[in-house]
Design a protein around this ligand. Sequence first.
Ligand code: SF4
Ligand code: SF4
Length: 637
Amino acid sequence: MTTTLSQQIYKNGLAKPVIAAGGSVHPLIIPADLSGTGLMNPSVYVDGQTILVNLRHVNYTLWHSEHKKFEHRYGPLQYLHPENDIHLRTWNYMCVMNPDLTIKQVTKVDTSAHDKEPIWEFVGLEDARLVRWDHKLWLTGVRRDTTTHGEGRMELSEINMFLDRVSEDSRKRIPALGDNTSYCEKNWMPVLDQPFTYVKWTNPTEVVKYDINTGQTHTIVAATGPRIPGVPDFRGGSQVIPYGDNYIALVHETNLFNSPAGKKDATYRHRFVMWDRSWKLLAYTDAFSFMNADIEFCCGAAWYDNHLLVTFGFQDNCAFVLKIPRTFVDEFIQQANYTTPAIPAPAEPVKQKWQNYPAPTLEITTIIPEKGCVVDCVFCPQRTLEEVYKGTRILTLDAFKTIVDKVPTDVRITFAGFTEPWMNKYCTDMVVYAHEQGHPISVFTTGVGVSVEDMEAIVDIPFAGNPNGGFVLHLPDAEMLARHPITPSYLKTLEWIRDNQHRIKNFSVMSMGKELHPSIRHIFDWAPSYDMWSRAGNLIRESVAKPQLITLRDRWNAITHTGPKTCGCVEGLYHNVLLPNGDVSLCCMDYGLEHIIGNLNTQTYEDVIPEDQTCYDLCNFCENATDPKEKTITFHR
Ligand code: SF4
Ligand code: SF4
C-alpha cells in the first residue's frame, strides 16, 4: 500500500520527509564565548524581508534517557545546573539571519534596565516568541522569578535593535484572566496580525487580549466550544500565523508518566492546528516529532519565500530552523483531521444508505466464551450476553475474511464488540487483513491478550480517529471495576505501548475508575474516566445476576424515552456489531441481542443493515436516541 505524507511524518518525524521534499534543516549555533552551551527553543519572525530568530540560552543541561537504558540516578529526565548556581537561568540572544538561514549577526538582549533581583529559581524570560505589534518588536514569553513561589505570567518585552546592541526598552507583566490568582500562565500563542491577542488554549479554543493601556486581560473567545474527544490537551507552541483565509500554529502536547524506577519522565509531540478567522478550530494533524526525540519544543513559525520556517529546540540542548516548502505544508494539512467533515457535492445520486453518514462502522466481536469477557468489567452486561448468545463461540480467521470481503471498504472495521477482541488469538491477523483490504480500522482494547509482537504487527496502521474511533486502551483501575489479569506479559505490552505511543495514530487511554491500578501507575499514571450508562437498559437486567451493580447504582445513568426513537449517533444506525456466528446486532448497546438485523454468513451487507431512521425498542432506553422527526440526514458523500 502507498504511504501517505501524514504516515511518513508520523513514522519518521517531520524533518526527514521535509528534507526529502526539498526542504532543509539548519542548526542554530552561536560562538561559545558568547553563551556556552544550552541553546534551545528558538522563535523565528520575518520582519519585512529580514529573518529574525530569538535564541534561548540556558545555564543548565537537560539529560534525558531516550531509551530508558541509562537513567540518571534521580530519573530519566534531569536538569543539571552548574555546581555554583542552583538557579535555572535563561538569557535571550537576537539573531539576524542570512537568507540561507546561517546567522549573520547575534546579540545578547540587554535586559538590565528592567531586571530585579530574582526571588525564584527559574530566572529570565522563557520560551519568548517574537512578534511585531503596533510597529514595535516584542518578545513575549513566561517569567517566573518575581515571586517566592514561582508564579508564572506571560510578559511582553519591547525590543529595540541597534547596530551594536539589542535592548529591552519596556517590560509588561500580563495579568491572568479574572482575579489574576492562577499559578502559572505560559505558552500563550501570540496572533501575528492581531496586536496583543493570544490563543491561550486550543481544545476548546480560548482567545484573550491584553489591553496595553489599562493593563487588563479580557476574553475574546471563551473556551466553551466542543472539545475534540480522544486527544490530549493541546498546549501553546509557535505564534499563530495567517494561512490563506485561516490561521495555523504548531501546538505541543505532553505525556507525563513515571519511569520503571518510579521517576518523572515525559514525551513531547507537536501538531499543526488550523482555525478559521472566527476561531473555529477546523483541523489538526496527527501528533509528530521533529527528529524522533522525546523532548522537543517549537515556539516559532513564519512564512518566508514560499516556505514555512519552523524553529524548534531538541532536548533543551540545541536549536534548529526547519525550512518547509509551502506545498508540503498544504499537503500535510489536507491530510489532517477535520472537525467538520468536508461536504463535496455528490457526483451522482446517493444510492447506498450507509453512505449518508461520515463513519459507517462494523464492530467485530471476535469471540464470546461461555463465561463471557475475561476482563468482566462491573459496568458491562456480560451475564446478559452469556444468557442469550448460543451460537458459534469463536470467529475463525477464514470466516472473518469471507465476511469482511462482503463489506464495502468505506465501512470502518472496529475491533471492539461485546468482549475483549484479543481473546481471539487471530485478532492481529484480522486487523491486518481488514487494513490490507482498504478499510479504515479502529481498536478498543484492554491490552489483555495483546503481545509485543502483536503491537509490532499493527503499530503502523493509521487508526481512524473521530467519530468514535482511534486506538483506545482501556486501563485497569484501582477499584477493580475492570478486572484485567495483570501479568508480567501484560505489563510488558503496556510498557511497549507507553514507549511507542507516538507511533500509534489516534492513540488514547481511558479507565473506568478515578485512579489507575497501582501495579500499572509506573507505566501510565492517569487516564480519563467517562460517565457510565445503562447500556440502553441492559445494566438494569444485569443487576439481577450482578448485585454489585445495585450497590454502585449512583455510578451509572439510565434514561427512558417515550414515543418512537431512532439513533442520534454520528454514524446513525450504521455502527453495527458482528457476532462470531455471523449474526449482526444493531449496535454496541445490544448486549441482550434484542435486535439481530441479519447474518453476514448468509446475506449481503446491503441486505443486513437497516433503513435510515428506523426506530427500535432498545433506543427508548439509550442516551444516544433521538426523535426521527428531529433528525435530518446530512448527505456527506
Ligand atoms: S467493557 Fe470491554 S473489557 Fe470490560 S467486560 Fe465489557 S467487553 Fe470486556
Ligand atoms: S440503542 Fe439505538 S440510539 Fe442507542 S446506540 Fe443503539 S441504535 Fe443508537
